[in-house]
Design a protein around this ligand. Structure first.
Ligand SMILES: Nc1ncnc2c1ncn2[C@@H]1O[C@H](COP(=O)(O)OP(=O)(O)OP(=O)(O)O)[C@@H](O)[C@H]1O
Ligand SMILES: [Mg+2]
Length: 178
């Protein structure tokens, strides 16, 4: 399994058959696709026969739902927080001679960037949740998934927090010095 971390954007590809006529109509062929490097790398991993998960901050708008559907349709497992806001959208104008011109709106994913000397990542779900107090026992039983992530983050000088309770979902928050 390959895991990518980054943006999930919506690409709108507009293929023009003639030069753009300002103030008038120009015939075009349009296509919608998921964009963003993290999503694209994950999609290629699946295309080449592997399995991939893409961790990305996503927006709760209709464009976000469409980007998710398109990416999951390519067999990528999508994870990461869904926040209020707009999905980053890139409009690519492809002229008749193949030249590309982009109009870029990066949407909520911009908030995933490093800030104030640290990098923050929060992954939340609305699943069954669990009693965090039971973790030492789970570790002793050989369930080291969360513990190994914690050790990886802490050995890099970061902070790793798990918040969860039964029936109330789980939030894992990571803060790493830049
Ligand atoms: N997102 C989650 N929602 C609900 N319960 C969770 C979640 N993440 C972890 N848990 C609980 O915490 C326990 C410990 O998680 P951990 O990832 O350390 O081990 P695991 O998933 O059981 O095994 P592995 O070592 O293969 O990852 C899990 O068995 C599960 O009960
Ligand atoms: Mg696990």
């Amino acid at each position: 399994m390959i895991c990518t971390l980054g943006d999930v954007l919506l690409d709108v590809i507009v293929r023009l058959s003639a030069e753009v006529a300002p103030g008038a109509d120009t015939p075009a062929e349009t296509r919608l696709a998921t964009g963003g490097q993290a999503a694209n790398v994950a999609a290629w991993v699946v295309e080449l026969g592997g399995s991939a998960r893409c961790v990305a901050k996503q927006a709760d708008d209709p464009a976000g739902a469409l980007a998710r559907t398109l990416l999951e349709g390519r067999g990528v497992e999508l994870a990461g927080p869904v926040a209020a806001g707009t999905t980053g959208t890139v409009v690519a104008l492809v002229s008749a001679d193949g030249e590309r011109t982009m109009a870029t709106d990066r949407g909520v994913s911009v908030e995933l960037r490093a800030d104030d000397g640290s990098i923050e990542l929060a992954v939340r779900d609305d699943g069954r949740g669990f009693d965090v107090g039971l973790l030492p026992q789970r570790i002793a039983e050989g369930h080291i998934g969360l513990q190994s992530q914690r050790e990886r983050v802490e050995s890099a000088g970061g902070r790793f927090e798990i918040r969860s309770s039964p029936g109330r979902g789980t939030a894992v928050e990571i803060n790493l010095p830049d």
